[in-house]
Write a protein that binds this ligand. Structure first.
Ligand code: C2E
Ligand code: CA
Ligand code: CA
Length: 698
């Protein structure tokens, strides 16, 4: 090699001189794919052979020939190269090394060989540097290293098989997954792996590989010395240049965590998190399946709609935590009496559904219902409390009451609703009549929503008179709905419907706004007003923001609370309730007076009433209507008047319709009367006339 080079160099110098055959030499050198530098011991470039590889030179040939290595290479590279040159000159042996050089076209890698030469020209020592561009090779090596690292540490396990099905590459990940060093897999057949998967999947894989050349799917792998893996397996055929199958790449991704998340999501989509019972969507699916099974096997079934009575009160009185515990306790206990094949789920809020597929007669249904009722006969321990919980249940039977999930749920719901209407804590079987009633109910409810939306209400005012001199003692504000389809429905029914469906707060807002607006107008017109009483429904007293609701309206219209009496029914006081008590006492402190409405229809506990500082007691009209003929009513009414007076309450008799009733009431010393005998509820114009008649009626 040295000799050959020496020949080249001498030939080159000769041809250079003659400027003749140099192209031959350049061609030979370029064919060697190298750059060649002839340098002296100071590193001066004596000759540069580059030909068509000029772009790999650190500087143009002309420049190089006038300079030396330390001037063109970076300090570190030139130092190394100069050192190599010294060593070569001293030892007369070849030296080589790799260099990363920054050229005008970027960083390139070179393998440089320094070969000793003797220049005959000036007897000084020279060396030949053969510089080979190895950038591509380096890049390939780096790529290969990268690919190897990626292959080994990929998040999924990877195997490469040859045509015969022998594993030729296996990465570290698959080793970790299967609990063995990946090297142990090399040389094994894929069949080794397939012992860990089911025959069914194996068959599917084989078929797909034969027909399509690839397969993917979820596979449960059960390695002998590691835990089960939920995995996603992908098998692909790798083709060679001739498009012939060459290798097979198998990728296994551990999806255990993903499956856990999916399972959790499936759970959330199907179950109620509080009670762990199937939720509405899942119940619906279950019912659909049950119906299909029952239809196929010609069996009868039952759907039980269970609703906790007065559930809202548990929430209102004891807070949501206790409310949740009530739901949990009820669900657990009902579940405990269910048969294995029954499905109990939570439909929403305090509503549960029980699907029972194999119920052949009414007796079987009654047995289930009795079991549920027995649970609730004794008080339930909820936290530190002992609560009386009851449920209303509606039964729909398959197939007679419905043959689709919707119709069955609807029928059971209507049956449950009829129980609620008749006083709760009971059960009922669906009848067609219920459907009619409930259709009517929903029609009214919808119309009511329209009426609220359109503020389609007005007020009427019924005057109350002192029996003693027939002077006007007050006016009671009564609500009327103007909607043509609701005008025939008693307002008391509309109000109880609004209470049941949570619409009452909206109505209260409308009512307060209308009352205050009207009172304000009368004040502006300087019309002297007697006491004005407004009815508060039972549920409103449980509202935490009742005071704010009332007072935001009063202050907006500058109305004095002393002018407004609030009527509440005695049933509102039945349950010892902190919010109710607080609402009443705070409203009293603000100046409102209170009267007990419909007295006698509820719990009739004067002692209960005594604890509050009420102003009036209104004896219900049911005691007045037969007063002239019914002696016991006379006794009740006269005794009530006497007792109420002793407690410092004024007494109002409601629903006075006849002269006789009025006379008797006078003889019992009743203070105030209200009834059609004196005046029906009047519209605004008529009550205004009455107010202007100096408030005395004779
Ligand atoms: P209530 O508070 O006992 O109102 C008195 C009811 O007795 C009124 O019925 C009135 O028209 C009726 N009435 C008065 N005198 C006689 C009479 O001599 N004979 C007969 N048979 N009835 C008489 P209305 O207006 O239909 O109201 C019924 C119930 O609806 C009210 O009973 C009250 O509980 C409720 N209500 C009415 N307006 C409102 C309201 O603005 N808010 C609330 N929360 N409830 C209201
Ligand atoms: Ca009233
Ligand atoms: Ca009343």
């Amino acid at each position: 090699m040295h000799k050959l080079l020496n020949k080249f160099v001498s030939l080159a110098s000769k041809t250079d001189k003659k400027n003749g055959n140099s192209r031959h030499l350049d061609t030979i050198i370029s064919a060697m794919a190298d750059l060649m530098y002839l340098v002296d011991k100071e590193g001066n470039f004596l000759e540069v052979y580059a030909d068509n590889k000029k772009h790999l030179l650190p500087a143009p040939k002309k420049v190089l020939l006038r300079t030396s290595i330390p001037n063109v290479f970076d300090a570190q590279s030139s130092e190394r190269l100069m050192h190599m040159i010294q060593v070569v000159m001293k030892t007369k042996s070849l030296q080589s090394g790799e260099f990363a050089l920054t050229l005008p076209l970027g960083v390139r890698y070179f393998e440089k060989k320094v070969i000793p030469l003797e220049s005959k020209k000036d007897q000084s020592e020279t060396v030949m540097i053969i510089s080979r561009d190895i950038t591509e090779k380096k890049q390939q090596e780096a790529d290969a290293r990268l690919i190897e690292t990626v292959f080994q540490e990929a998040s999924g396990g990877m195997l490469i098989e040859d045509k015969e099905g022998n594993i030729i590459h296996a990465n570290n990940t698959i080793g970790r997954m299967l609990g063995l060093p990946s090297s142990q897999l090399i040389g094994k057949n894929f069949d080794y792996l397939s012992t860990m998967i089911t025959q069914e999947i194996k068959d599917a894989m084989d078929k797909a590989m034969m027909t399509k050349g690839h397969w993917q799917g979820e596979v449960e792998i059960s390695p002998s010395n590691s835990k089960k893996i939920s995995s996603w397996l992908t098998i692909n055929t790798i083709l060679d240049d001739q498009k012939e199958p060459n290798h097979i790449l198998i990728m296994i991704t551990d999806i255990s965590e993903t499956s856990k998340v999916n399972n959790k999501m499936d759970y959330l989509a199907s179950y109620d998190t509080l009670t762990d019972l199937p939720n509405r969507a899942y119940l619906f699916e279950q019912l659909k399946q049950s119906i299909a099974t029952m239809q196929q096997q010609k069996r009868n079934g039952m759907l039980l709609f269970i609703d906790i009575d007065h559930f809202k009160e548990f929430n209102d009185n004891y807070g949501h935590q206790i409310g949740d515990e009530v739901l949990l306790s009820v669900s657990k206990q009902i579940k405990s009496i269910c048969r294995k094949e029954d499905v109990l789920g939570r439909l929403s809020g305090d509503e549960f559904l029980l699907i029972s597929e194999n119920v052949n007669d009414q007796h079987a249904v009654e047995t289930i219902i009795e079991k549920i009722q027995t649970i609730f006969k004794k008080p339930q321990k909820i936290g530190n409390l002992s609560l009386h919980i009851s449920v209303s249940m509606g039964v729909a039977l398959y197939p007679e009451h419905g043959q689709t999930p919707e119709t069955l749920i609807n029928a059971a719901d209507q049956a449950m609703y009829s129980v609620k209407k008749q006083g709760r804590n009971n059960h009922a079987f669906y009848t067609e009549e219920m459907s009619f009633i409930s259709n009517e109910y929903y029609f009214i409810l919808n119309t009511l929503k329209d009426a609220i939306y359109d503020s389609n209400f007005t007020l009427v005012y019924q005057p109350l008179f002192f029996l003693e001199d027939m002077s006007l003692s007050g006016i009671e504000v009564l609500l009327r709905c103007n909607h043509s389809r609701l005008s025939d429905i008693p307002i008391s029914r509309i109000i109880s419907m609004a209470e049941e469906t949570g619409l009452m707060p909206k109505i209260t807002h409308l009512l307060l706004d209308m009352v205050c607006n009207q009172l304000h107008l009368w004040q502006l017109a300087k019309i002297k007003l007697p006491e004005v009483s407004i009815n508060l429904s039972q549920k409103e007293l449980h509202e935490g923001n009742l005071i704010l609701t009332i007072h935001s309206h009063l202050s907006q219209y500058n109305i004095d609370p002393h002018d407004i009496e609030l009527e509440i029914t005695e049933n509102a006081l039945l349950q010892e309730n902190v919010i109710v008590k607080e609402n009443i006492t705070r409203l009293q402190k603000l100046g409102h007076t209170f009267s007990i409405d419909d007295y006698g229809t509820g719990f009739s506990s004067l002692s209960n009433i005594k604890t509050f500082n009420f102003d009036k007691l209104k004896i219900d009209k049911s005691f007045i209507s037969n007063l002239s003929t019914n002696e016991s009513d006379q006794v009740i009414v006269s005794a009530t008047i006497e007792m109420a007076k002793k407690l410092g309450l004024k007494v109002v008799a409601e629903g006075v319709e006849t002269k006789e009733q009025a006379k008797l009431l006078k003889s019992f010393n009743c203070d105030i009367v209200q009834g059609f005998f004196y005046s029906k509820p009047l519209n605004t114009a008529d009550i205004e006339k009455l107010l202007l008649q100096k408030q005395v009626l004779h």
